[in-house]
Ligand binder design. Structure first.
Ligand code: DX5
Ligand code: ZN
Length: 256
C-alpha cells in the first residue's frame, strides 16, 4: 500500500521508544513528513435515507476511504447494514470500501462482502474461531485483510499474523455506536502498534476508529495512526469538505 521508500524510511528511522520510553522528536518529525494520511468517514453516521448522496458527497469532499460498519446485534449491541448495501454503493465511487465487520461468526459473510465490492475487510479476533483461517479467507477473495482491536483487546493477536495482514485497526471506543468519546489509552496502544509495524518492515496501515475529531486528530497521528475513521465528526456537520479539510490542516501541521 505504501511505497518502498516509505518502508525503507520507517525501517531506517526506527519508530520505537527509546529505553527510557521517551521518543526521539527529530526522528518523529522526519517520519511525519513521509507519512501518507487517509481520512475514512464512517457512513454509520450518514443519513441512511439518502445514503448514495451521502457517499458521493463525502468522497467529493475529500474522503480517501468509505468506512462501512457492519453490526449484527450479537457481537455488538446494534444492527446496521450488510452486503446488499455495499453492493448498492459500490458503483457510486472509486474510493476504497473499508468494511469493518462487527459480527460473530464472521467467516460465512466474508465472501458476500468481497462479491459486493469491498476492498478491505477487517474483523475482530474475538469473533473468529480461527484467526489465521479468516485472514486467509479474506485474502483468497482478493481483498486486503485487517485485524481490529477493541479497547481491552491485547495486541498479542498480532504475534503470529503480522506478516499476513494489511491493516491494523485500533478501536478508540467500544464498538457498536457512533458518537462516543475517544478513550485516551488508545494512544498508548497506537504507539506500540506503530512500533511493531515498523519492526515488521511491512506495508501495513494503522487505523483508528472512534471519537476522532478535528481537535484530537493531530494527537492521534502523533501516536502513529495513518488512517482516521471518523463518523459523527464528519456527518454531524453540514459542510463535509470544510470538516475534512480542517482535519487535513491539523495533520499538515505535523509535516511542518
Ligand atoms: C463504532 C464504529 C465506528 C463509528 C465511529 O463501532 O466502528 O466506525 O462509526 O463513529 P464516531 O466517529 O462518531 O466515533
Ligand atoms: Zn468502524
Amino acid at each position: 500500500m505504501h511505497t518502498n521508500s516509505r518502508r525503507q524510511a520507517s525501517k531506517l528511522l526506527r519508530w520505537s521508544p527509546a529505553p527510557d520510553n521517551s521518543y526521539n522528536v527529530g526522528v518523529f518529525i522526519d517520519v511525519f513528513r513521509r507519512m501518507t494520511y487517509r481520512i475514512a468517514p464512517s457512513i454509520l453516521s450518514a443519513n441512511f435515507a439518502k445514503l448514495g448522496e451521502e457517499v458521493r458527497g463525502v468522497v467529493a469532499a475529500g474522503a480517501d476511504l468509505v468506512h462501512f460498519d457492519v453490526m449484527d446485534n450479537h457481537y455488538v449491541p446494534n444492527l446496521t447494514i450488510g452486503p446488499l448495501v455495499c453492493e448498492a454503493i459500490r458503483p457510486l465511487t472509486k474510493a476504497l470500501i473499508d468494511v469493518h465487520l462487527m459480527v460473530k461468526p464472521v467467516d460465512r459473510i466474508i465472501p458476500d462482502f468481497a462479491k459486493a465490492g469491498a476492498d478491505i475487510i477487517s474483523f475482530h479476533p474475538e469473533a473468529s474461531e480461527h484467526i489465521d483461517r479468516t485472514i486467509g479467507l479474506i485474502k483468497d477473495q482478493g481483498c486486503k485483510a485487517g485485524l481490529v482491536f477493541n479497547p481491552a483487546t491485547p495486541l498479542d493477536y498480532l504475534d503470529h499474523v503480522l506478516d499476513k495482514i494489511d491493516l491494523v485497526l485500533i478501536m478508540s471506543v467500544n464498538p457498536g455506536f457512533g458518537g462516543q468519546k475517544f478513550i485516551a489509552e488508545a494512544l498508548n496502544k497506537l504507539r506500540v502498534a506503530r512500533s511493531r509495524i515498523a519492526a515488521s518492515g511491512r506495508d501495513i496501515w494503522l487505523a483508528v476508529d472512534g471519537g476522532v475529531r478535528i481537535d484530537n486528530i493531530a494527537d492521534v497521528a502523533r501516536a502513529g495512526a495513518d488512517t482516521f475513521v471518523a463518523g459523527s465528526a464528519i456527518f454531524g456537520t453540514t459542510d463535509y469538505k470544510a470538516t475534512i479539510s480542517a482535519m487535513r490542516a491539523e495533520l499538515g501541521k505535523l509535516k511542518n
